[in-house]
Design a protein around this ligand. Structure first.
Ligand code: NAD
Length: 292
């Protein structure tokens, strides 16, 4: 079993630290919140007086902090992890932060021969408790192999996303989808209520179509990802139907901001001559706009 330094034992970090303890690892924790720190110490962690103290003598150090700036502070700041980290140890940043902050911190550490990988997580604090977080790891194959005994205690699955920095970038792509689609769903249900519909019936309908099942599970594998742009449902029709729904939302006085943004995208694709292609060709349209 390993000696693990754990920095940041809040909503996510505390259950993760507890799972390491349950698996038999020795955890030395630090948090600027005395209450948060006391809670994991009650469960068997050793208290550290600073991030550097938590890292001293550890084989693995985990940071689970609000942002990449917090991580940079605890790694590179006075009394920080960089001052204490053994060159043979591995620093695993599991926070969600700006990739540029992570890159700069990892590069600073690498300059003194110390290794830092990114392994942010998807899912919720319930999954943190159950040890079923989805871990998105970025690092060399050797570094990920080295981290696996720890990561597999915290999550299932652990997905190796690519080289250092690929985990945090994948996490932001994931959250772009989940955070934006949350608003679309809220707009749709508000629209349904505005029209006096039975919400449960509307949800039953949505769950029977791409609306609720999601494009990645339904249309994309069959169409654009298979290079098949023969229309199952064409961009012209998607544009027409979205316009109708927006008109209904306008009349009902409910929010439809994401719908308007999407309509602009469909309109541009039509202007570009893609109206009669499958609606998933929107992906190709945006790739062309991005020059890829
Ligand atoms: P949190 O605010 O509950 O926990 C962060 C902890 O870090 C707090 O206990 C805080 O006191 C501590 N802290 C802040 N600055 C510190 C410092 N300089 N030194 C030591 N400790 C410090 O947040 P959380 O919900 O546990 O989230 C942690 C990270 O995980 C975030 O990046 C978040 O985006 C990500 N995340 C959260 C969830 C979720 O459902 N809560 C899910 C996936 C990912």
């Amino acid at each position: 079993m390993s000696r693990v330094g754990f920095i940041g034992v809040g909503v996510m970090g505390a259950p993760m630290a507890r799972n390491l303890l349950k698996a038999g690892h020795r955890v030395r924790a630090f948090d600027t919140s005395p209450e948060a720190l006391a809670a994991v110490v009650r469960d068997g962690a050793t208290e550290a007086g600073s991030a550097g103290e938590a890292a001293d003598g550890a084989e693995y150090v985990i940071t689970m902090l609000p942002t990449g700036r917090h991580v940079a502070d605890v790694v590179l700041g006075p009394g920080g992890i960089a001052e204490a980290l053994d060159p043979a140890a591995l620093l695993i940043d599991m926070s969600t932060g700006l990739p540029a902050h992570f890159d700069a911190t990892a590069e600073s550490l690498a300059a003194s021969g110390r290794r830092m990988i990114d392994a942010p997580v998807g899912r919720t604090s319930q999954n943190a408790e159950a040890g079923t977080l989805l871990v998105m790891a970025g690092g060399s194959p050797e570094e990920i192999d080295r981290a696996l005994p720890i990561l597999e205690t915290l999550g299932d699955p652990v997905i190796h996303c690519g080289p250092r920095g690929a985990g945090i970038r994948t996490k932001l792509v994931n959250n772009y989808v989940s955070v934006v689609s949350n608003v679309v769903v809220a707009e749709a249900l508000t629209l349904a209520e505005g029209e006096g519909l039975d919400r449960d019936v509307v949800i039953e309908v949505l769950m029977g179509t791409t609306a609720g099942q999601g494009h990645l599970a339904t249309t994309y594998p069959a169409k654009v990802l298979a290079d098949d742009l023969e229309p199952g449902f064409m961009i012209d029709l998607a544009h027409k139907d979205l316009g109708l729904a927006i008109g209904m939302g306008e009349a009902a006085g409910v929010a439809h901001g994401t719908g308007l943004a999407a309509l602009e995208c469909y309109s541009s694709a039509r202007d570009y001559g893609m109206g009669r292609l499958d609606w998933t060709a929107i992906y190709n349209f945006l790739r062309r706009c991005a020059g890829s």
